[in-house]
Design a protein around this ligand. Sequence first.
Ligand SMILES: NC(=O)C1=CN([C@@H]2O[C@H](COP(=O)(O)OP(=O)(O)OC[C@H]3O[C@@H](n4cnc5c(N)ncnc54)[C@H](OP(=O)(O)O)[C@@H]3O)[C@@H](O)[C@H]2O)C=CC1
Ligand SMILES: CC(=O)N[C@@H](CCC(=O)OP(=O)(O)O)C(=O)O
Length: 344
Amino acid sequence: MIKVGIVGGTGYTGVELLRLLAQHPEAHVEVITSRSEEGLCVADMYPNLRGHYDYLRFSVPDVAALGACDVVFFATPHGVAHSLAGELLATGVKIIDLSADFRLRDAEEWSRWYHQPHGAPELLGEAVYGLPEVNREAIRGARLIAVPGCYPTATQLGFIPLLEAGLADPARLVADCKSGVSGAGRGASVPSLFCEATESMKAYGVAGHRHLPEIRQGLQLAAGQPVGLTFVPHLTPMIRGIHASLYATVADTSVDLQALFEQRYADEPFVDVMPAGSHPETRSVRGANVCRIAVHRPQGGDTVVVLSVIDNLTKGASGQAVQNMNILFGLDERAGLAQPALMP
Ligand SMILES: NC(=O)C1=CN([C@@H]2O[C@H](COP(=O)(O)OP(=O)(O)OC[C@H]3O[C@@H](n4cnc5c(N)ncnc54)[C@H](OP(=O)(O)O)[C@@H]3O)[C@@H](O)[C@H]2O)C=CC1
Ligand SMILES: CC(=O)N[C@@H](CCC(=O)OP(=O)(O)O)C(=O)O
């Protein structure tokens, strides 16, 4: 059994980790932290977990207890993993960080977008970006994994086949993305209030969202050259889900895009290329560690439209984190992640 620690167990990604790990055949959660709920039984806070974690109580983060685990997940706000990662790695534990702390290669760029100094630039060289569809081999040997953000996962998986094949004009990519409200986390904030978020929809961060440099970094690697990306996130009145409508211009309109996408993801257990003409919906991935993709070229023109949907808490965060754990420990990549989406 892999001994698991979770820092930040009361948040939405923390409880999603618990939900997924409850049915994992090779993992056992030993430690879960919360500073605000110290001593509380996990199932008293999340009744959906009653009967699964009756032994488990929240405790304050403690390096000795976490260091006795095999792997520690950080499901915490930005900056927390920076402060604990070095000390924990020294104990021999592996780290899977769901926050953005180690996603950007450049510490100065991270500081600009996250408005604080990078707290552990010395660890950036060894951090592996945990997008298995691109980095599976590097993940296997990693000590420190940076799990991609939710918008970056949906967007990169949608654009990558076009960019790797050199088909899309890399200078003019557009990502028009919609997120459910759980993407903002469990902390109280006015935009997340029921009366603010329901029966309405709005864009935000058009001038520059912190996921822009992360997405650009991944797309540049796929394209092998700089990319120009317009990224517009929107808040939509649903709890879970990311819907990305991605636009690219292609010079060669003779390529069979359906075949290209099917071939690129043929061996990927968690990317589903839907039949030509499909319109994937967010509820088809709710609670499932899956990205469903459809590729269109409307009216046979030179604009390609890729539709990519994920659950922000599953393939966009905790499911992808467990997928990384499975790869890291040489397990079946699907372990604990086989459940289909909840419909309706
Ligand atoms: N929500 C989503 O869809 C996604 C989130 N992410 C990222 O995952 C991380 C967690 O997100 P989410 O679950 O939504 O966040 P939440 O705000 O819902 O939860 C944050 C958790 O971190 C703990 N925490 C806060 N500050 C500290 C600290 N200084 N030291 C230790 N623990 C702390 C909190 O517990 P307590 O204060 O009691 O200790 C809480 O359990 C974030 O970095 C987020 O950006 C990534 C992809 C998608
Ligand atoms: C709807 C909503 O607010 N979404 C969050 C992004 C989700 C997330 O948590 O991403 P990180 O892991 O990179 O922080 C936002 O736009 O800030």
